[in-house]
Design a protein around this ligand. Structure first.
Ligand SMILES: NC(=O)c1ccc[n+]([C@@H]2O[C@H](COP(=O)([O-])OP(=O)(O)OC[C@H]3O[C@@H](n4cnc5c(N)ncnc54)[C@H](OP(=O)(O)O)[C@@H]3O)[C@@H](O)[C@H]2O)c1
Length: 303
């Protein structure tokens, strides 16, 4: 078999991974993809034990282990780390994917098509408790940051067990962190949620900073910036458009909202993590991959 065969290029055989937010949505799909393609151990982390167990029950190769924990608590992250460390001597891939949506901002137009007055804007935005705004940062930014920091020793351990380089073959990928950001962090025209969008802009910068500061430790850091994928978090965005189901077939969305005219599907995010985690993704470091069907290019025109 050629080294360029897809099964070689996207191989994650034997990989040990941790996926936060693995009990639902994108995290569940990424965990199931890694399991289905030969990973040896996939730890899924989240607060809801039942959701994590459900992910594990869907794993075709049975490699998924639930670990309950809260990424917004350092104490909880230490417990998560110890639970994982008791079951593996290293981690090849850490997907810091847990995230939460923020309080909705005042839409640029009201349901009758008129622009809200400045006092209506003030009233709506001031009605949101500051804690609700800050909590989004706490989970999305602080949580992702401490997740990465907590797992540094197990990621480093993956470097220590590498085989001696063979000049005739491509060396295996170095350990990697993938953090889920969002196209919301790139877009300033549509204030769907100030706290969510600004938190994801911070996450994107965090990815770049960590990839630089961990480079000399040979720990790679990359990011994913999804557009619209059906999930618990994104459900309201489907509801306001009256979209039933996952909206993954052509024509589900108007072209002005998503040029692909559909939402992201499991194959889109599963294929992406397989590429990033596999042999063919070994040269990625400091990259943020946008997966949005072209939405970022048109999003200023509408929600
Ligand atoms: N879906 C989209 O369109 C889209 C677009 C751009 C970016 N994203 C990002 O993708 C990531 C996954 O979201 P999703 O769309 O798949 O939505 P989701 O199904 O709601 O997943 C969010 C996950 O985060 C976990 N989580 C939330 N707070 C946590 C905490 N304090 N500690 C541990 N885990 C926590 C949740 O598990 P528990 O509740 O069990 O803790 C849940 O499994 C998020 O970072 C989100 O911002 C999604």
């Amino acid at each position: 078999m050629s080294h360029l065969d897809a099964s070689k290029l996207f191989s994650v055989k034997g990989l040990v991974a941790v996926v936060t937010g693995g009990g639902s949505g994108l995290g569940r799909t990424m965990a199931l993809t890694l399991d289905a393609n030969g990973a040896s151990k996939v730890f899924v982390v989240g607060r809801r034990e039942n959701a994590l167990k459900e992910t594990a029950s869907l794993a075709v190769n049975g490699t998924i282990t639930p670990v309950t924990g809260d990424v917004a608590s350092k104490e909880s992250l230490e417990k998560v780390y110890n639970a994982v460390a008791s079951q593996t001597a290293h981690v090849d891939l850490l997907v810091a994917n847990s995230g939460t949506m923020g309080p909705k901002a005042q839409p640029p137009t009201k349901s009758d098509g008129t622009k809200p007055s400045i006092s209506e804007v003030r009233d709506e935005l001031m009605a949101v408790p500051m804690e609700d705004f800050t909590n989004v940062f706490h989970v999305n930014v602080t949580g992702a940051y401490y997740t990465v920091v907590a797992f540094l020793p197990l990621l480093d351990a993956a470097n220590k067990k590498r085989p001696v380089p063979d000049p005739k073959v491509l060396s295996l990928p170095r350990p990697q962190v993938v953090i889920t950001s969002s196209i919301a962090g790139f877009n300033r025209q549509v204030p769907f949620s100030y706290s969510y969008s600004t938190s994801k802009a911070a996450v994107t910068h965090l990815i770049k900073m960590l990839s630089t500061s961990l480079a000399s430790y040979q720990i790679r850091v990359n990011g994913i910036a999804p557009g619209l994928y059906h999930s618990e978090l994104a459900e309201p965005l489907y509801k306001i458009r009256g979209i039933e189901g996952k909206g993954t077939s052509d024509g589900s969305f108007p072209m002005e909202q998503i040029p692909a005219t559909r939402g992201g599907g499991e194959e889109d995010i599963g294929g992406l993590i397989l590429w990033m985690a596999g042999t063919a993704g070994g040269y990625l470091n400091g990259s943020i991959i946008v997966t949005d069907g072209g939405r970022l290019g048109v999003v200023p025109s509408t929600y």
